[in-house]
Design a protein around this ligand. Structure first.
Ligand code: ATP
Length: 280
């Protein structure tokens, strides 16, 4: 085998509590993370000559060593002490810098794919350790389960089984810098964290845990985020929230039809990115 094609899914955050600022500049978080089937497609092809190439064809995504998929490939080629190279082609379907974890998911897919192509036999645990050196959300995409993510996002515990749901993702296209969000966040006293249910029997019960501390920064600056949440709720969503540091908003729906109808109504005449996806 010298080539492989993989799907790299997006994620949404059902919960994002910021616990504290750390001395290294990161924040300790408590997140519940869920993968959804809006996916980038990544083809990896081994080459006989050394070197890494990344082609993506999107102007806001770097093609060279700045691409996180390039960095992931570099680590595994070095680890394999390989004289071969790799050609990486990415079809980006996940909006960029959107709070949907697209880059992290691409990197996770490259780690998993190259582990196979180079027959390295690395365990998922080892791949997750490598992943966190590339980005805090990378291990989650190797874990492949709905997860409680603590620490900077790398300490993962599997969440109880949750019912499948349909998710409407709407990105109004405003530019939100993750660094700016964390810089402007006022930390509240976190002595009492909301207790998480141990059983989720319905989509409503999933929505009952929805909370994202970062909305306190993004919504005052970008009221369109609150407008989209409200529109989703008016159009049948059982819950709606911003994902990660935004600006993408997601609504949870029991069925695909309601989500599709909401999509049509909400993005009418806006030109916004919108997609209906299913939880994985
Ligand atoms: P998160 O939810 O983890 O905060 P995000 O979805 O907001 O991530 P990404 O889409 O991963 O953000 O992109 C963040 C930045 O990383 C962008 O500015 C982009 O130029 C850069 N980048 C590097 N490699 C990639 C990649 N493979 N896909 C997307 N962006 C990439």
């Amino acid at each position: 085998m010298n080539s492989i094609t993989l799907k790299a899914p997006a994620k949404v955050n059902y919960l994002l509590d910021v616990i504290r600022r750390r001395s290294d500049g990161y924040h300790d978080l408590r997140m519940v993370m869920q993968r959804v089937n809006l996916c980038d497609e990544i083809t990896l092809a081994l080459t006989d000559t050394p070197g890494i190439s990344v082609s993506c064809g999107k102007k806001d995504v770097p093609d060279g060593p700045e691409n996180i998929a390039w960095k992931a490939a570099r680590v595994l080629l070095d680890l394999a002490d390989s004289t071969q190279g790799i050609k990486i082609s990415i079809t980006k379907n996940i909006p960029v810098a959107a709070g949907l974890g697209g880059g992290s998911s691409d990197a996770a897919s490259v780690l998993m794919g190259m582990n196979q192509l180079l027959e390295l036999g690395l365990t998922n645990q080892r791949l997750m350790e490598i992943g966190v050196t590339l980005g805090a959300d990378v291990p989650f995409f190797i874990f492949k389960k709905t997860a409680l993510a603590e620490g900077i996002g790398e300490a993962l515990t599997v969440m109880p089984e949750m019912p499948k749901a349909w998710v409407l993702l709407v990105n109004p296209g405003v530019h939100v810098s993750t660094a700016w969000v964390y810089k402007n966040l006022t930390l509240t006293n976190r002595s009492e964290l909301a207790k998480l249910p141990t059983f989720y029997g319905s989509v409503e019960e999933i929505c009952s845990i929805f909370a994202n501390d970062l909305e306190s920064v993004t919504i005052p600056a970008f009221p369109v985020i609150a407008d989209i949440k409200n529109s989703m709720l008016r159009h049948g969503a059982l819950g709606a929230m911003m994902s990660g540091s935004g600006p993408t908003v997601f609504g949870m729906y029991q069925d695909k039809e309601t989500a599709e109808l909401a999509r049509t109504a909400i993005i009418k005449d806006t030109g916004w990115f919108a997609a209906v996806a299913e939880t994985l």
